[in-house]
Design a protein around this ligand. Structure first.
Ligand code: GLN
Length: 454
């Protein structure tokens, strides 16, 4: 009840698109009944969580924060959300996000931006971005409206908002969580993962969310490890790599200092620190911003005004007119930009120059990591090159916005697990995140290093 009251009292943050108190209450009642009957409780019995509005929820509006899907009520439940309900959790509501998860500040949402609960200490009272695309999730958790939430991460959408709001979030290895029922952005990159106040809660959530699903062809046929049980802040015998290419020009000195602080914490936990090189890092961002829009342009072709959501049918319109009018009205400007970029790089004349080239770069980036694992077990980097920026500061300049993803996209392209944990505050009192990147399937190592830092 306390959470339901808080959610409805915190409307000014705009973290929720839809509230579903009855769903959370039903789970709480079930947990109470189980407790009264002396039954063994489910791992998330009665825990009220937030659901990023990219996960299809049966009978509950699912919009991807787009006008295109306004009013769309799926007739089925996504695998990840179903697994959470099976583990006893309940839903407080559907959380706001960047439209179709495209963005780094939650400002591309059709339902308005989310406002971070954080403010600068040094006077500037401008409302801050909660990060994106999982900005509703990060704001709701950091404002303590929900104890945990789902996120999705295509190029950083769990980690960067976690860093901006002082919480934790992990993107697991590609294939750990089923993509079935998650509105698709870039299918070879999209991964679901948990966001929560701390590392332990992330481990508990991830155990509930992960697991093989025959309905997703890229789902990994592996048992879900007992990550929470395996948590230990002891890093003796572990080598942590510091990739020198992440020392980018113009990085604020406070981020440098935070990184050094993280190194010291990991040393205190017994780890050995080694410098490593990931030589193709600088090509990750351009490759991502070709591959992700290319896949998006294909995935979003399904929004044709016939099968889902909105339809615009001007007088006398033929089928082509209907498609054009529907897509012009349904998709926001950033989504249209991505579709244009995507169709351009996939077009016959430019395919080899852009798309094929980007795929080759993607392979080189994955190989950089494989080579690094010969020298270390985990990598430590900052999560983002800055603390949270003000709403409106970057929204007119897509390139400046894209640059904020510089540290998160390489591990997305490689499909490897990566987590952001709070590292401390900058001079303005804003949270900064540290990122731990691990070998394929080594979520345990990533979580353990996260625990040592938090
Ligand atoms: N900010 C990145 C983008 O706009 C990543 C988004 C995401 O991970 N969903 O594409």
């Amino acid at each position: 009840d306390a959470f339901i009251v808080k959610v409805s009292a915190a409307k000014q943050l705009n973290a929720f698109i839809v509230e579903t108190p009855e769903h959370a209450l039903a789970a709480a009642r079930e947990a109470d009944a189980a407790r009264a009957a002396g039954e063994v409780l489910k791992p998330l019995a009665g825990v009220p969580i937030g659901m990023k509005d990219l996960f299809c929820t049966k009978g509950v509006q699912t919009t991807a924060a787009s006008h295109m899907l306004e009013g769309f009520k799926p007739v089925y439940e996504s695998t990840v959300s179903q697994k959470l309900w099976d583990a006893g959790a309940g839903m407080l509501g559907k959380l706001n996000l960047d439209q179709f998860a495209m963005g780094s500040s939650n400002e591309t949402s059709y339902f308005g931006n989310v406002i971070s609960p954080w403010r600068r200490r040094d006077g500037g009272n401008a409302p801050l971005a909660p990060g994106g695309s999982s900005g509703g999730s990060s704001a709701a958790i950091s404002a303590r409206l929900v104890p945990a939430a789902t996120g999705t991460d295509t190029g950083g959408s769990i980690r960067q908002p976690a860093a901006f709001t002082g919480i934790s979030g992990i993107k697991p290895t590609y294939g750990r969580c089923s993509r079935w029922g998650v509105v698709a952005f870039a299918s070879s990159l999209d991964q679901a993962g948990p966001m929560a106040r701390d590392v332990r809660d992330c481990a508990i959530m991830l155990e509930a969310m992960a697991g093989f699903d025959a309905k997703d062809a890229t789902s990994l046929k592996l048992d879900v490890p007992k990550w929470e049980q395996g948590l230990s802040g002891d890093l003796r015998g572990k080598k942590i790599g510091i990739p020198k290419e992440y020392r980018v020009d113009g990085m604020p000195s406070e981020i440098e200092a935070l990184w050094q602080q993280g190194i010291d914490w990991l040393k205190d936990a017994g780890a050995e620190i080694v410098e490593v090189s990931l030589p193709h890092t600088q090509y990750a961002l351009p490759a991502y911003y070709i591959i992700a829009p290319a896949e998006a342009s294909s995935n979003l072709a399904r929004y044709d005004g016939v099968r889902y959501g909105q339809r615009e049918l001007p007088d006398g319109a033929n089928l082509q007119d209907m498609y054009a009018a529907t897509r012009a009205a349904g998709f926001g400007p950033e989504v249209q930009r991505r579709i244009l970029i995507g169709t351009y790089v996939l077009s016959a004349g430019f395919y080899d120059a852009y798309y094929t080239q980007a795929q080759k770069v993607r392979t080189l980036i994955a190989r950089d990591f494989e080579r690094a694992w010969l020298d270390c077990d985990l990598l430590l980097t900052p999560t983002a090159p800055s603390a949270a920026f003000a709403l409106g500061e970057k929204s007119a300049d897509p390139l400046a916005m894209y640059l904020n993803d510089v540290f998160t996209v390489p591990s997305s392209l490689a499909g490897i697990p990566a987590m952001s944990v709070p590292g401390g505050l900058d001079k303005a009192g804003l949270p900064l995140g540290l990122q731990i990147i691990g070998k394929p399937l080594d979520e345990q190592g990533v979580l353990n290093a996260g625990l040592a830092i938090e």
